[in-house]
Design a protein around this ligand. Structure first.
Ligand code: ZN
Length: 179
């Protein structure tokens, strides 16, 4: 019996949910477009080109990824764009059994926060430029033993023709093989 089958109950599909009397009485049709704004737009365009771009605060030197129009510490307008190497270390890692569609997955994914190599932050500080992403080549054992934390990683980019200008243009972050 699979892990999924061992769980009580069953997954409710939206169709089934709408068929249950009294549960869902209102069916909104929500269609929207979201404007990424100046800073995010440039960041997303950078991803399409295989670049991780950040913005630098002219006062304290912190580099923001994802970019911000203003520094949250100095309130100074950020203006200078910098390209980061993309490398970093794993700050947090978890074994996720829940898909983005909130269904339990047979094969879990390892996801976590990558602390990017970016200027302006103290090494031991909890302030940093980072991205939440999938972690490839990191095993469940690495997560359970804590070995994953601090592992050096780099982005694994999708081929240029597959990139669309979103965060999944990076397939995942994977360990940097030294030597
Ligand atoms: Zn600042």
């Amino acid at each position: 019996m699979s892990e999924k089958e061992k769980l009580p109950g069953h997954y409710l599909k939206s169709k089934e949910m709408y068929e249950l009397p009294g549960l869902v009485e209102y069916r909104p049709r929500v269609r929207y477009r979201f404007s990424a704004g100046q800073a995010q737009t440039r960041f997303l365009e950078g991803l399409k080109e295989g670049k991780i771009l950040g913005v630098k605060c002219p006062r304290c030197g912190r580099v923001y990824v994802p970019p911000r129009a203003y520094c949250e510490y100095c309130y100074a307008a950020t203006s200078e764009w910098v390209e980061l190497p993309g490398t970093g270390v794993i700050h947090t890692a978890v074994i996720s059994y829940i898909s983005t569609f909130r269904e339990r997955m047979e094969k879990p994914e390892i996801v976590g926060v990558v602390r990017l190599d970016a200027p302006g932050y103290k090494e031991d500080s909890y302030e940093f430029a980072g991205l939440f992403h999938k972690l490839c080549g990191v095993t469940e054992e690495d997560v359970k033993t804590g070995r994953a934390i601090g592992m050096k990683v780099k982005p694994r980019w999708r081929p240029p023709e597959e990139r669309v200008g979103d965060v999944n243009d990076i397939e995942c972050f994977e360990p940097v093989v030294e030597g």
